[in-house]
Write a protein that binds this ligand. Sequence first.
Ligand SMILES: *Cc1c(COP(=O)(O)O)cnc(C)c1O
Length: 229
Amino acid sequence: MDTLPAKLQAVMARIDRVARQYGRDPTGISLLAVSKTRPATDIRRLASLGQRAFSESYLREGMAKIAELRALNLEWHFIGALQGNKTRPIAENFDWVHSVDRLPMAERLAAQRPADKLPLSVCLQVNVSGETSKGGVSVTQAPAMARAIANLPGLRLRGLMTIPAPNDDFLAQRRAFRGLRELFEQLKTDGLLLDTLSMGMSHDLEAAIAEGATVVRVGTAIFGERTSG
Ligand SMILES: *Cc1c(COP(=O)(O)O)cnc(C)c1O
């Protein structure tokens, strides 16, 4: 049975339902399909259903898919951990990076972005749960880092991203996302031109949308359980 179209449809219906429930315009929330570990054939099929934005966490794997699917003109987002010796292919081939959490990485991406391309759209990854294992700057470090990134040519700081600690409680999920939204609003009040709150995954996209997410990053709910990665 062909479940990919049905799953994509179900995720879009979840986004639509929760947006209306919280008085938000569903068109203000975009679905980023998390295609890490998934074959290019699945991406091709989703693209034929109208899904344009895909994201990858592992550089080599992502580069292979970008090359294979070049003719489809998809939008590619890098969401994995950044390493200094691997920024160049990201700067050259991706449209977005959601996982910027160190200034030297931002500086490398900025310097390596080809001059004939639009600036690379980036989000500052913030750790709202205070875990040491997850990437992201602390809420207190974020404003200075955001200002520094916003000043780099070659990059366009679009907003903030977070991966909160897993939690099954809706109100606890909301609390974490609210922390990111409040920071986002503070940065905008301080004069930064931001339009993106990248938060919410398969298990917590409702809470994220309730708190203002503009991009939800969804893998499992579209493609099924991952066997690795
Ligand atoms: C894997 C991943 C996701 C998707 O998670 P699912 O639970 O499969 O929806 C979202 N964001 C990031 C940064 C990821 O690494």
